[in-house]
Design a protein around this ligand. Sequence first.
Ligand SMILES: *Cc1c(COP(=O)(O)O)cnc(C)c1O
Length: 842
Amino acid sequence: MTSKSCTPYYYRPFTLDPLGCDAVTIGHNFRHYLSYHLGRFQGCAQNYIYEALAYTVRDRLMVDWRHTWNTQLQPGTRRAHYMSLEFLIGRSLGNHLLNMGIRTATDQAMLDYSQKLEDVLEQEPDAGLGNGGLGRLAACFMDSCATLRLPVIGYGLRYEYGMFRQYIENGYQKEATDHWLQNGNPWEIERIEYTQHVQFGGYTEHYHDQQGRARARWVGTDDILAIPFDMPVSGYRNRTVNTLRLWKAAATDEFNLDQFNAGSYTEAVQAKNQAEHISMVLYPNDSSENGKELRLRQQYFLASASIKDAMRIWVRHGEFEYHHFAAENVFQMNDTHPTIAVAELMRILLDDKGVEWEDAWAITSQCMAYTNHTLLPEALEKWPVSLFERLLPRLLEIIYEINARFLRTVSMKWPGDTDRQRRMSIIEEGPVRYVRMAWLAIVGSFSVNGVAALHSQLLRDGLFHDFYQLWPEKFNNKTNGVTPRRWIAYANPGMTALISEHIGDEWIADLGQIERLKQLVSFDNKAFHAHWRAVKLANKQRLAALVKSECHVEFDPAALFDVQVKRIHEYKRQLLNVLHVVYLYLRIKHGNLDNWVNRCVLIGGKAAPGYYMAKSIIKLINNVADVVNNDPDVNGRLKVAFIPNYRVSAMEVIAPATDLSEQISTAGKEASGTGNMKFMMNGAVTIGTYDGANIEIMDAVGTENFFLFGLHAEQVETLRHDYRPWEYIERDQALHDVIDLLRCGHFNQSEPGIFDSILDSMLSASDPWMTVADFRSYVDAQHAVALAWQDTEKWTQMSIMNTACSGFFSTDRTMQEYNREIWKLVQPPVEMTPGVLSPDVE
Ligand SMILES: *Cc1c(COP(=O)(O)O)cnc(C)c1O
């Protein structure tokens, strides 16, 4: 059934006048929205200016969005569904202007209205629908898929409240809610017509159908509505606009009816609130699970609504043979969060579509793919069986059956190896029984990938070793990336113009070409080098202004900008950075100033609200900053600032202004990192451990352009058996002095003892992060940094080389690898249909 044959006569395509993209037309359209749609006029609050401009720009995406959607929905088109509990997209307006190539015209249109576009862009709240790297990765992936014209749909949750807003009071982190939707979201389109029902609770009925086959149905459930909201994802200058579909939870009307009729009006309304809780708030935990029931509800809500939607689309477009489903659909699960999708697809095929188990399993295990993001044991999700039983009883039955069949496979391969069966079981036995979500994901997927070479290797050798021995062909690596559109072209217009002046501008959609900058790296290109430094200086002035207004600390743009921004976590070792800062402070106090380099140290990041240690680290950073910045002996040689509320729009200012990128995790703990890539692209030099994608960054840029230090992953694991941190302190006078200064309360004179737990953890033989073991190596590497910085020409070369060698770290490359090796999608043919709105395929 094609869309044409069922198009009714009154439903012919109609042509729209193409919307002008010149400054005059944009300005005209903008004024129309401001006055007629929003009912506001000159002199109104600036957020209305933003809103009117957002609608103006969205209009110009609409025809291409519709066209892309209809193209992707053609029968026979294979589609990928990127399922993620997080999409950390940040702001949209500036990104769309860049992708559409209408920034200059819009600039002018705003000037004609006496507005600076930059100020208008600042009005947009960040869509903070993610915690950190994992969520930002999903956003960069969506950008690259649109630019590569791949038929990929993002599925996520439309949280009413995103990541909390962090502010600092007396050095402590405080959390405030982030009601990002308060003023509406001009980018989203609600599509009530594609609402799905998601079941919870109830029980299973087993029965025999007319053919006498044993069947099951899930009944007596509380149903919740999943309403999709679509956001456009524009490709870079290619007339492609993909879709990010975010689900909002709402109460069904049936749900309340009995209570309502019984006169329990308020209870009925309460039930509505209960239903809406599911998509109310993003869990602010990064790299750790929290085991809350509502979180499992969110996970199932996303998985169920998304799979049902994918199936609805597929069934409507001519395919009814379920055995073909896997040929046309692939689901990429971003970490274990959505992996209940494995059991949900089985349930739909078995119970709703009447497919036999073997066939349903063949379909499911051919269209699911799983990405692992961490090796940290505390991040591995497992749910109590009892919770599953109450919330998702039918899914638990299916998981048991998957597990029983899987364990038969294991026992066939390793007869009698009961220990291995126990290790590999999807159900963890013990006083409390758990469902291991990563195991469910591996068993149910045809592809399992890590996110950097080292990480994928550690998965095969360690955590997933049993599974690797069983199914080596499932395991693969996809090194992460970041989108060069947002992280260079948008965030760093000065550098973008300079690069394009020399090598043209094709690198923006083909980052491999940035390698051509290597031609300009030699000292002979004096003018280019000077220009490169001037761009960096201007970016540093912009960051210094932000630091001044946010932290009340004066950064001198001539100093070395030494930056560590990322979630606060012990494995990321912000503490090691603090030890170095205190070491520098003591050098000043002792007058030990040989080869001194003035530094501005910037640290930022959020701590999970329940993570005591991470919150103490924030307090320590702030207290150290306070002492250092106010000690007259320091006299501008060292500045320290903690930037509150680190988020995507802050990183857009920070990365372009950074000289030294701190990537100092305990080796073997940072799966990949992507902040490291944003910095590299913007010409920062990295000081880092042999961990995650740092290794690949160093391979790309050369060891001479990277400051490597610290233990390697195997050394960390070996040392763990006999770790004696106090011996490092006894052997190293500088470390001794640093620890002494912290211990004596120099940085917490009015709050004695508050840093004891931090010190105790660092000095404990069981410190998993081995902070003091890497101190000497880190300090030595920082000395090398200072020496390199003093040679301005040399530093400039290192900076240019980092940008020039960053081509591999574009998500365009990452997505091409996913597509070549996992998704196997085909790009639709390019056909320009300007101004034509074809009838909806749906
Ligand atoms: C890139 C990014 C991250 C990830 O940073 P890492 O250093 O890789 O942990 C986290 N948060 C935001 C806002 C980012 O832009």
